[in-house]
Design a protein around this ligand. Structure first.
Ligand SMILES: Nc1nc2c(ncn2[C@@H]2O[C@H](COP(=O)(O)OP(=O)(O)OP(=O)(O)O)[C@@H](O)[C@H]2O)c(=O)[nH]1
Ligand code: SF4
Ligand SMILES: [Mg+2]
Length: 424
């Protein structure tokens, strides 16, 4: 159950003033003592996460946060900041207050989430001690704000809270997103090319590969999985050509000449870019690498916090590939330090990335779509082009047009941006 990638879980945040009962509610919801509860205001200092399976919806991630009282002096700035970061990651928010204390602070949270189109549920807790004013209930009904009257202590209203999640969950979580299945018809064959190199985890495959394989099977299609050196043989052995070839982006250059032009070819990272964010934007963003204007500062963001390995994609392969392309654009050999690559990992990401000429993100398979969209939005607001690993490598290898062939809109966005390029 807990093997579901974090990125595909509905993220539900518990927000509200200190002592409102957020941690108690999370524990009651999860039916486990996950988060520490105490009468001392400010008990939860750091976000606490709990993954669970919610009946009839599927995998969710519950996130408890530090109280966000309106009096900033009461709550440390760092705590506030952490809770605010969780707000950006949430697909749904529980706004918790004591039953008779719902006020302007909670209303402000409602408007903030509404602005980000994040569904909220008002949770009026401690109903064993305090009564919810009738006028408040009427007000919620009139404004169509879902609310639940609960008591974490008495276990009241917890079932209604679960129902409220299912009733208000964003559409995309009710129908699981497709990684590749929508490109296929039942019974077709897909060739998946997955190199087993030093970066491949021991004894297993990486998430995008596993997810693609699962989606092909869910689509009642046939998946043939090979390493890059077996592509030729696999194509020869198949009686009918595959409907699609999906390759690891690092093997794209090796695989592309082996696959006839008539067979659509793309990469796992391009499928992930489409699932997680905005493929057209990533395609247009990659064109920045080949533009005449100088490229001096590049931000490389990775969702995982793994230790870099030899030949690491973000630290070695991408900087090398970009220097090479820039060398061609500028018609000279670039010195090592002419382009500064800054690396960030995990949930670190600048609030305002305006100092960079380009942001390059990993496939973000462990992030949910909303977190990725928030990052894209930050780059867009700072007018900084944004792209991802797979799209970058395909661009640098000169094969992005081919990799985008199954996605006409993204191809068009890339061609439009590329007009100003100096590259052939
Ligand atoms: N009577 C009653 N007390 C509750 C209820 N829910 C929580 N409490 C009590 O309220 C106090 C605060 O509960 P917490 O769950 O720690 O509240 P919190 O919102 O997580 O507080 P922070 O640590 O400030 O984030 C504790 O003493 C709980 O036992 C409830 O439904 N009824
Ligand atoms: S670094 Fe990014 S693409 Fe790679 S496994 Fe982690 S989340 Fe997925
Ligand atoms: Mg707490």
């Amino acid at each position: 159950m807990l093997k579901t990638p974090k990125g595909l879980r509905l993220h539900i945040g518990f927000f509200g003033k200190r002592n409102a009962g957020k941690s108690s509610l999370l524990n009651a919801f999860a039916m486990q003592e996950v988060s520490i509860v105490s009468p001392v205001a400010g008990t939860t200092a750091d976000p606490v996460e709990k993954a669970m399976e919610l009946h009839s919806l599927g995998p969710v991630l519950l996130i408890d946060t530090a109280g966000l009282d309106d009096d900033a002096a009461l709550v440390g700035d760092l705590r506030r900041e952490k809770s605010l970061k969780i707000m950006e990651r949430c697909d749904m928010a529980f706004i918790v207050s004591e039953a008779d204390k719902w006020g302007s602070f909670e209303e402000k949270l409602v408007s903030e989430f509404a602005a980000g189109k994040v569904p909220v549920v008002a949770v009026l807790n401690k109903c064993d001690r305090f009564a919810v004013p009738e006028s408040l209930k009427e007000d919620f009904l009139r404004r169509k704000i879902p609310f639940v009257v609960a008591s974490a202590a008495a276990g009241e209203g917890i079932a209604s809270l679960r129902e409220a999640v299912i009733r208000n969950a964003p559409e995309e979580y009710l129908s699981s997103p497709r990684l590749v299945g929508d490109l296929l018809e039942e019974g077709q064959t897909v060739l998946l090319v997955t190199p087993i190199d030093i970066e491949a985890p021991r004894g297993r495959m990486i998430l995008p590969q596993v997810q693609a394989l699962r989606d092909v099977l869910d689509s009642s299609c046939c998946a043939v999985t090979v390493k890059a050196d077996m592509v030729k043989k696999a194509l020869r052995n198949l009686k009918e050509p595959p409907a699609l070839v999906v390759t690891d982006s690092q093997a794209f250059g090796e695989v592309a000449p082996l696959v006839p032009e008539s067979i659509p070819l793309t990469s796992f990272s391009i499928l992930m870019a489409r699932l997680k964010g905005d493929l057209s934007l990533c395609a247009a963003g990659a064109a920045r690498i080949g533009k005449k204007e100088k490229l001096t500062k590049v931000l490389i963001a990775e969702a995982c916090t793994h230790h870099p390995v030899e030949g690491d994609i973000g630290r070695v392969k991408i900087p090398c590939a970009i220097r090479k392309v820039r060398g061609k654009v500028e018609g000279r050999l670039l010195a090592e330090d002419e382009i500064a690559f800054t690396h960030v990992q995990g949930h670190d990401y600048p609030e305002d990335p305006k100092e960079y000429d380009l942001v390059i993100h990993c496939g973000a398979c462990t992030f949910n779509a909303r977190e990725m969209r928030t990052r894209i939005l930050k780059a867009a607001e700072a007018k900084v082009p944004f792209t991802n690993y797979g799209v970058t490598l395909a661009f640098c290898a000169g094969i992005l047009e081919r990799a985008l062939s199954p996605f006409p809109e993204a191809l068009e966005a890339f061609r439009k941006e590329r007009k100003e390029n100096t590259l052939p």
